[in-house]
Design a protein around this ligand. Structure first.
Ligand code: ZN
Length: 295
């Protein structure tokens, strides 16, 4: 067992993609149950393909990019076993020139999740955790999750939360019972207040709560925004304005690969009002600072 340590040549990097999903493991198991995979393929009108971790590493290495990789453990709500965050950390250790592992634990598992998070940091070297309140079915503002946040804050690792609407469950009966409101970024404001040393990424343009995300990020400087999951062509104007000015040091490039490729993201970003002078920060420098990759 190798504990992950990054060996990334930061100077040679073009970008750090902070939002990359591992959806299939070396045994062919998928992160989502079959019915959700099928519904998601329909919703996104394409089967994006699901490369395994080593293929993701090859893909990013070819592009001189680093990638933050993770899965989502939603075993309670999905009644489907998660991919192994230990395997993801070990795979990242094998590809530590380009990959940065985040772990995932199911907050509904309470003390077990807290122990698992601690182990993933201590023994496996994960640099953060990915949460998806809608798919995991938990309210991030609920105080019962404070012990988990306390572990992350103490360890100095990042907490990345999906925010805004999601395609997962879309079109299924009752959206498969998933609640969009759990991904309102305003639910993270109290977390940022109670854990001022915890660095929180609010993932995606937070449709339909962009103003909420910008308000939180403006007030709580331990929060960041990643630009994944949407082509930059569709970014709300207010988000582009913030990224160009008052939030330029806390906005992060992310794709949501394999759903959206970094190639498409970068191509489409050229057609936006994002200023060339803020792009080095967004693409690389902000993430290097947040993730402590600078050496
Ligand atoms: Zn995601």
């Amino acid at each position: 067992m190798t504990r992950y340590e990054p060996a990334i040549d930061v100077d040679a990097l073009r970008a750090v993609d902070v939002h990359v999903h591992i959806e299939i493991d070396a045994h062919g198991r998928t992160s989502l149950p079959a019915d959700l995979v099928e519904a998601a393929s329909k919703y996104f009108a394409a089967d994006a393909g699901r490369p395994d971790l080593d293929s993701v590493a090859v893909y990013y290495r070819e592009r001189q990019m680093a990638a933050v990789v993770f899965t989502v453990d939603a075993q309670t709500q999905l009644r489907h076993p998660p991919l192994s965050s230990v395997e993801i950390a070990e795979g990242a250790a094998r590809n530590n020139d380009v990959l940065i592992p985040f772990g995932s634990v199911d907050p509904n598992r309470g003390a077990e999740a807290v122990d698992e998070a601690r182990r993933l940091v201590d023994e496996h070297g994960v640099r953060g955790f990915k949460f998806h309140p809608t798919v995991q079915g938990f309210d991030p503002s609920d105080a019962r999750h404070h012990p988990l946040y306390a572990v992350l804050q103490e360890a100095g690792v990042v907490a990345l939360f999906h925010t805004g609407q999601t395609g997962i469950g879309a079109g299924m009966p009752g959206g498969r019972g998933f609640r969009l409101a759990l991904s309102n970024p305003m639910l993270l404001d109290g977390v940022a207040a109670d854990f001022p040393d915890l660095q929180i990424i609010m993932a995606h343009p937070s449709v339909p709560w962009q103003d909420e995300a910008l308000a939180v990020a403006t007030h709580k400087h331990n929060t960041w925004i990643d630009l994944s999951g949407w082509s930059p062509k569709y970014f709300p104007e207010s988000l582009v304005r913030a990224a160009n000015s008052y939030l330029k040091t806390r906005v992060l490039f992310g794709s949501d690969f394999p759903l959206l490729t970094p190639d498409r993201w970068l191509r489409d970003a050229e057609q936006t009002a994002l200023k060339p002078e803020v792009m080095p920060g967004i693409l690389k420098e902000n993430a290097v600072r947040l993730l402590g990759l600078g050496g």
